[in-house]
Design a protein around this ligand. Sequence first.
Ligand SMILES: [Fe+2]
Ligand SMILES: [Fe+2]
Length: 169
Amino acid sequence: MSQATATSGILADENRDKREQIIELLKKAYWMEIETVMSYLANSVNPDGVRAQEIIESLKKDIQEELGHAQQFGERIKELYGVVPGSLDFAAEQDYLQPPEHQTDIVHVIRGVIAAETGAIEHYTRIIEETDDVDPVTQDMVIAILHDEQGHKRLFEGFLREYEAEGLA
Ligand SMILES: [Fe+2]
Ligand SMILES: [Fe+2]
């Protein structure tokens, strides 16, 4: 009886070890996106003040994008014969995006977003390196997501520049 398994590429039996290594990296990426959704959700509601509105609007839009990234990472985990983890496996790491002491402290939020995006950029750059030559499909997907994160980071760096120019950061 012939088996319908792939004979070449990342889905091939002989690439099982590499595939499992990529799945672990994708699970970490998945959790990073989920935690970012939680953090951006809280930080799109909490801030007070006229100046906070631009940040709130931007984070509201990003929540949907980061959720979309989580969905893409989940789909790819499944395609590689992995299983998307359940919530009990979640461990929070974003200490820099906890609510500030004062809800008018927008600089805290901006710096936290930059830290989150920087962390994502570092991890996704690693996935792109690890998938080079062995899994171009995952690599292609992560390159597109990395592009989004670079855009998010640059936008918030621009917000921070404005506060710095006014001596507020
Ligand atoms: Fe993301
Ligand atoms: Fe992002």
